[in-house]
Design a protein around this ligand. Structure first.
Ligand SMILES: Cc1cc2nc3c(=O)[nH]c(=O)nc-3n(C[C@H](O)[C@H](O)[C@H](O)COP(=O)(O)OP(=O)(O)OC[C@H]3O[C@@H](n4cnc5c(N)ncnc54)[C@H](O)[C@@H]3O)c2cc1C
Length: 453
């Protein structure tokens, strides 16, 4: 009987466990986690915070799913891997031997390195405990400050505002999420936040965290202005939890380095999900994906390889369906902003939650966009195919575009029309889609659909 040990009860770990079980009914599969809540949807935490989703709605699998697969999640923290002896050491002193090990410990939100960042009231949104802590604090808080530039920052802002807390949002630059959104899109999102009573402070940073005993009392801004607040939310980036792997002597870069089979520098140890720095032909130096669907795909591919079925990772385009200030937004492939701007904006040095490094890449392409209104369509049009798209508001073209982009459909016939100023982009995309001899409605990766339910 083969022994498989998985560290981490997230999307990647559970997808690997399910895959392994699909190939080996008799194997011993142990999943160790330090999260008391086991496996739940992290993207769903934002909806839980706003009160739109009850806690039960965060669990993707019913209890009998675990029973049917003979899987159990053991609530023990992994503290050391001994690759030579093939053992995993747990916090309570237990030692778990393995034939194959998967490291799927995810990434953690970074805290700013400044005095007071660990005070009661200074929060991040990484896991269920964080969400519960925010809900508890919000019951008595009058005001909150949120710092950061990506999806999680906005989720914190929206959650706190929905909980009735007067919310100030600090942006380091002059607009929201400038690595991914263009100026018009940023403005649409900012205006909607303001309509919800959020006060946005541009080109602003926290220069000092003020305290009263061990509690947060407020923040001082770089211009000397003080805002009294009882909650300070950070969403300034994430860092793969690579320490276990590093201490075990495995090769690490920004994350745990893996080959195309998700195997680390030790042949019996694999890594998947937010912790893994994956490679493919377009990214030979590796890429951090940091998204839910890729974490599941990594887990499945790692699982296949762990049972001995050689399976390379074939990454589909990075896709995220998310909600920005109430507007459903789908981001596909490469939609990055001007390279110089990205480099010069320090907010963008670290990857945000629900973000992918792929979006920071600037394709050699022409940008075409629709004008006016909150329904927006922006396309990155390459010489031969569409390289990326951002669809905000009306989502009827989301699936066709995922398909056209992922399959690299030849658009040369339509290109002159597409790149014309004020081109009827939506109608043209629909025309390209309808002209395809075979239209595939299914893309080969799971969409995070429950977020927009
Ligand atoms: C608030 C929020 C919003 C998000 N929004 C989106 C979104 O809109 N779209 C999207 O695609 N993605 C989003 N994401 C990101 C997405 O959730 C992650 O990419 C995905 O969960 C990664 O899965 P994973 O299995 O790699 O890691 P995780 O889900 O982080 O799981 C890792 C597990 O390992 C455990 N662990 C860590 N260290 C140890 C240890 N030493 N011993 C034992 N266990 C350990 C952790 O407790 C955790 O259970 C969001 C994430 C958050 C937190």
């Amino acid at each position: 009987m083969r022994k498989y040990v998985i560290i981490g009860s997230g999307a990647a770990g559970l997808a690997a466990a399910e895959t392994i079980r699909g190939h080996d009914n008799n194997a011993s599969i142990q999943i160790f986690t330090n999260d008391p809540y086991g496996y739940y949807s992290r993207p769903g935490l934002a909806y839980y915070l706003c009160g739109e989703l009850p806690e039960e709605g965060l669990y993707p699998q019913p209890d009998n799913w675990y029973r049917n697969l003979n899987l159990s999640i053991l609530k023990e923290q992994a503290v050391r891997i001994n690759p030579a002896e093939h053992t995993l050491h747990l916090a309570g002193g237990r030692v778990a031997p393995y034939d194959r090990l998967l490291i799927s410990v995810g990434a953690t939100a970074t805290r700013p390195e400044m005095p007071g960042a660990d005070l009661e009231g200074a929060v991040k949104l990484d896991n269920m405990d964080d969400a519960k802590q925010i809900l508890k604090l919000a019951r008595r808080a009058k005001a909150a400050v949120v710092v950061g530039g990506g999806i999680t920052a906005l989720e914190l802002v929206e959650g706190l505002a929905a909980l009735g807390v007067r919310t100030h949002y600090f942006l380091r630059g002059d607009r929201y999420w400038s690595s991914v959104l263009d100026e018009t899109e940023s403005i649409i999102v900012e205006e909607r936040m303001k309509e919800d009573g959020v006060v946005i402070h541009y080109n602003t940073r926290v220069s000092e965290i003020l305290k009263n005993g061990n509690k947060l009392a407020g923040v001082k801004m770089a211009n000397g202005e003080v805002i009294e607040c009882q909650i300070l939310g950070f969403a300034i980036g994430i860092r793969p939890r690579k320490e276990l792997a590093q201490a075990a002597g495995l090769s690490v870069g920004r994350g745990v380095l893996v080959n195309e089979r998700l195997q680390t520098s030790h042949p019996d140890i694999f890594a998947a999900g937010d912790v893994a720095q994956v490679i493919d032909s377009e990214h030979p130096d590796g890429l951090l994906e940091s998204l839910w669907s890729p974490a599941i795909l990594h887990g499945q591919v790692a699982g296949q390889n762990m049972v001995g079925r050689t399976t390379p990772l074939c990454r589909p385009m990075a896709v995220n369906v998310t909600r920005l200030a109430g507007l459903i937004t789908t981001i596909i492939g490469q939609v990055g902003e001007n390279e110089e701007k990205v480099k010069s904006d320090r907010d963008l040095n670290s990857i945000m939650r629900g973000d992918s490094e792929e979006w920071r890449e600037v394709p050699n392409a022409v940008v075409a966009e629709t004008q006016g209104g909150i329904n927006r369509l922006r396309l990155y049009i390459g010489e031969r195919s569409i390289a990326g798209a951002l669809i905000m508001g009306d989502q009827s073209l989301s699936r066709p575009l995922q398909n056209l982009i992922e399959r690299g459909i030849d658009i040369r016939r339509y290109r002159p029309q597409l790149i014309q100023q004020n081109a009827p982009l939506a109608a043209l995309v629909e025309e390209i889609w309808r002209a395809l001899p075979v239209r595939r409605n299914q893309v080969n990766f799971e969409n995070y659909a429950t977020k927009i339910a």
